[in-house]
Design a protein around this ligand. Structure first.
Ligand code: NAD
Length: 283
């Protein structure tokens, strides 16, 4: 029977550490780190994520400003706002909540954010740095997963890790971060043939699809570590990708949904905001 990785508790401990660090920064620089969040449109899930991030910032002493725009906002108008925030010395971190409306080119927007303020780690400078094992402003979800594995003393080096996701938000950066820790990484996705053949080889299985019960007990190796990143909402109930009740019997460690990867993503965002502040102010 698997032990449960308590992402909620880990995130709350990180928040406490950040709070102390922010208090020290305030003593030294007479100001707290500030995060600007841009929300375009009224996607209900995005609204929830933005309010969770706002609350976490407040609890840790980080200033949080939210800029809301309707989904008729043009790409030019968004680029103008980003350039204004890039130039504003009082703003240390900039986060553009994804997904953006279809008429806006997400890659172009990520490139426009000053890489020193890029707390989501999606600017090509920061994603490129992952290639060189530099994780200063690394994407929040992958970094949160690495922190969880480290906290629970999961052996990464030499392990077979199977990631089901090949997006720039989760799978690609996570694969690089695991490779730099000497794991053998397999990246699966919607085009992968016979998914089970891959998952059964995983010492560490990480699923980020958003499809309830995608991962069943028969797809998991005995004593595997199972990290569930997926989020799907059915009748208002949040589920992960993993059939938690049954997979738990076979795995050695498992994350719940909710209360696993989600809170860690928010905690790493706070860490990145403090890191961005320090990069901008430290002499
Ligand atoms: P995405 O749509 O960009 O990526 C989905 C990935 O799943 C792709 O690689 C796709 O090929 C793959 N996929 C889809 N159907 C599949 C199938 N049947 N079999 C195998 N692979 C399949 O989404 P994303 O932004 O990368 O997010 C993925 C999931 O993770 C979503 O559910 C999202 O809500 C969740 N997520 C959670 C957190 C968190 O903090 N907990 C953070 C980011 C994303």
């Amino acid at each position: 029977m698997a032990a449960i990785i308590d992402g909620k508790k880990m995130a709350s401990d990180i928040k406490e550490e950040i709070k102390t660090e922010v208090e020290n920064l305030v003593k030294e620089y007479r100001k707290s780190p500030s995060l600007a969040t841009i929300l375009v449109g009224n996607n209900p899930a995005s609204e929830i994520y933005v309010s969770l991030k706002y609350k976490a910032c407040k609890e840790s002493g980080i200033n949080s400003l939210i800029y809301r725009f309707s989904d008729t906002l043009t790409e030019e108008e968004l680029l103008k706002k980003i350039s204004e925030l890039n130039a504003n010395k009082e703003i240390n971190g900039i986060l553009v909540q994804l997904p953006l409306p279809k008429h806006i080119n997400t890659e172009m927007i990520m490139e426009a954010i000053n890489y020193k303020k890029d707390v989501d780690g999606f600017n090509p400078v920061n994603s490129g740095r992952l290639m060189n094992n530099c994780e200063t402003l690394a994407p929040c979800t992958p970094k949160g997963i690495i922190l969880m594995l480290e906290k629970y003393n999961v052996e990464i080096e030499g392990s077979n890790v199977v990631i089901i996701n090949h997006s720039s938000v989760v799978g690609k950066p996570l694969a690089l971060m695991l490779l730099s820790r000497n794991a053998t990484v397999t990246v699966c996705h919607i085009w992968t043939k016979n998914l089970k053949e891959h998952t059964l080889k995983a010492d560490i299985l990480i699923s980020a699809v958003g499809k309830r019960d995608l991962i069943t007990e028969d797809m998991v190796k005995e004593n595997a570590v199972v990290i569930d990143v997926g989020i799907s909402r059915v009748n208002g109930k949040i589920s992960g990708d993993v059939d938690f009740k049954n997979v738990k019997k076979k795995a050695s460690l498992i994350t719940p949904v909710p209360g696993g990867v989600g809170p860690m993503t928010v905690a790493v965002l706070l860490k990145n905001t403090v890191e961005a502040f320090k990069m901008q102010y430290k002499r």
